[in-house]
Design a protein around this ligand. Structure first.
Ligand code: SAM
Length: 285
């Protein structure tokens, strides 16, 4: 039977040979997940022998990570805005940058109003759920083209007990004008697929091989969704309603123009922690 330390050493070497960055950290995080302890607590348990079932699961996890499967899909969960979310290969892994989108919305709306919010591109449900938790009077509709993503989002809605305030709808924002919802929303938010067709092939193996392609790239110039959503949001927002986007590196000026051409004003850009323009928002004129 291998001890914790022996297992960590073998796994680290295996991951290093496969070209995984931060191999030791990955080995530690996966083992701490299996042993249900904090990563640093492993250091107090170096001599502890692993049980046969723990070794088997660890071997499976390390093999998957060695094939570049993202850590979050292997353990099946991720933390976003202080909340737990289930994830699998059908949804984009929520990114830290997207927390800035949530923060920006919370800082720029009235928390005491009964806001009606539309989220476009549900994924794991991280955006509608984080907003609903932090805006207890709000009601959110969240749409996604992927039925599989919506199943994951519904599981997360159940985890956070928000069925009465969040509705998920499977539909394509590029073809559906959501006419039923004219002048309905106070806030529209989207973190759409924004990587262009050429750039997609150059992304990390973890993303290209495992994350859903329709969640990452618009298979076009990177602006397809910003154009469609800005145009449609005009009709869906109430007077003075606000549109919030997460954006990719280098996209801010063009998206600002797209929003302006579609009748938005007071357009504001917010940077992320690396100083990159990450969120754009504006008010319906
Ligand atoms: C970048 S992911 C964002 C997921 C999640 N909101 C987040 O922030 O992690 C974009 C989402 O848009 C969805 N999507 C792609 N094309 C769509 C379309 N035409 N209509 C509606 N949703 C679409 C994808 O399935 C994916 O879940």
């Amino acid at each position: 039977m291998l001890t914790v330390l022996e297992s960590l050493k073998l796994s680290t070497t295996f991951l290093e040979n496969k070209g995984i960055e931060s191999a030791r950290m990955n080995a530690e995080l996966l083992l701490s997940h299996i042993l249900n302890c904090k990563r640093l607590d492993l250091y107090l348990r170096f001599d502890q022998p692993l049980k046969p079932n723990e070794t088997n699961i660890y071997r499976e996890f390390i093999t998957r990570r060695g094939n570049f499967e993202p850590f979050q899909y292997i353990v099946g969960e991720v933390e976003f805005y202080g909340l737990k979310f289930f994830v699998d290969k059908n949804v984009l892994i929520p990114r830290q940058e997207t927390e800035i989108l949530i923060e920006t919305i919370l800082e720029n709306i009235s928390k005491t109003d009964e806001l009606k919010i539309l989220d476009i591109g549900s994924g794991s449900g991280n955006i509608p759920i984080s907003l609903a938790v932090n805006l207890p009077l709000s009601k959110v509709i969240s749409i996604d083209i992927s039925a599989e993503a919506i199943s994951v989002a519904e599981k997360n809605r159940e985890l956070h007990d928000l069925k009465s305030r969040i509705g998920f709808i499977k539909t394509d924002i590029l073809t559906n004008n959501l006419d039923k919802y004219l002048n309905t929303f106070d806030v529209i938010v989207s973190n759409p697929p924004y990587v262009n067709k050429q750039e997609f092939a150059t992304l990390q193996k973890e993303i290209v091989d495992y994350e859903p392609e329709i969640a990452v790239t618009d298979n076009c110039d990177g602006y397809k969704f910003y154009k469609a959503i800005s145009e449609k949001s005009r009709n869906l927002l109430k007077e003075n309603g606000m549109l919030f986007f997460e954006i990719g590196h280098g996209q801010s000026e063009k998206i600002k123009n797209i929003m302006s051409e579609n009748g938005f004003e007071k357009i504001t850009i917010i940077k992320d922690y690396s100083g990159i323009d990450r969120v754009v928002f504006g008010v319906k004129r």
